[in-house]
Write a protein that binds this ligand. Structure first.
Ligand SMILES: C[S@@+](CC[C@H](N)C(=O)[O-])C[C@H]1O[C@@H](n2cnc3c(N)ncnc32)[C@H](O)[C@@H]1O
Length: 242
């Protein structure tokens, strides 16, 4: 269907095939860290909170877009840390969206939407936060800039896009990625390349930070991680951009 936009060697993951087993596969994949998968979802949303020096902003009815929400593992944490946010969760996998809905049925104020092509997404408002966690390495290379451009038009004047991706220079991340069933055929996107993509898409300000340095058995050191965000060996990185 989208074949003409893929480079020759790309074979995309159809997450409909993984919706039922996704959580189990992630759990298995990150076993070496000692953490449960929700720890990493929690960490990502905590990272967004840490970007607000005035924490009162997190209490406001922020407009939050979870782009590529998958089976909805982050929504619990988004609601917990942004209690009054209006949340839109969107994904190209219909089965994942269905699972996200049922998994989070107790959470109020979330609109779920399945789409095939980003141009089908129309919103009547802009967003204060657009969040894309481990999505872009699953997007065909030739579509990445177009999607980033499309999302940019939906950023509010004070809003930011947060792109989280795996850091290929972390050996544990690389080994987990190489053995992950749903990452087969994908390539991790080094942070420098991701910065290039957002710049190509017209974003002007770009901040890169590295996160997740210590496994569970070194949990006591996690408070130090906030001082290490410059160190390019974190398991993941994120770009905060507008
Ligand atoms: C590794 S999963 C991550 C899901 C979720 N963000 C999380 O952190 O659990 C990647 C997700 O990206 C979605 N995806 C792939 N291509 C996409 C696209 N072009 N636009 C939006 N989402 C896409 C997949 O359907 C899948 O749900």
């Amino acid at each position: 269907m989208l074949e003409h936009r893929h480079s020759a060697q790309e074979k995309l993951t159809d997450f409909d095939e993984y919706a039922d087993r996704y959580e189990h596969l992630v759990e298995d994949n990150i076993k070496a860290s000692g953490f449960s998968p929700s720890h990493f979802d929690d960490q990502k949303i905590k990272t967004l909170v840490a970007n607000y020096t005035d924490k009162a902003i997190c209490e406001q009815p922020l407009r939050f877009l979870n782009f590529g929400c998958g089976i909805g593992k982050s929504e619990y944490f988004i609601r917990a840390y942004f209690p009054n946010a209006q949340i839109w969760s969107v994904d190209v996998s219909k089965d994942s969206i269905e699972r996200a809905k049922s998994r989070n049925s107790m959470l109020q104020g979330i609109v779920y939407k399945h789409f095939n092509d980003v141009s089908e997404l129309h919103f009547s408002q802009t967003f204060d936060i657009i969040f894309a966690a481990n999505v872009f390495h699953h997007v065909p290379e030739l579509e990445r800039v177009g999607i980033l451009e499309y999302l940019r038009q939906y950023l509010s004047a004070t809003g930011f896009l947060y792109v989280f991706e795996h850091n290929p220079y972390n050996p544990l991340t690389k080994s987990a990625f190489d053995t992950c069933e749903f990452d087969k055929g994908c390539k991790m996107i080094p942070s420098g390349a991701m910065i290039g993509l957002v710049k190509q898409a017209g974003y002007q300000q770009v901040n890169r930070r590295f996160i997740v340095f210590f496994p569970k058995f070194l949990e006591a050191l996690i408070p130090l991680e906030k001082h290490l965000t410059w160190l390019p060996i974190g398991a993941q990185y994120y770009l905060k951009t507008k």
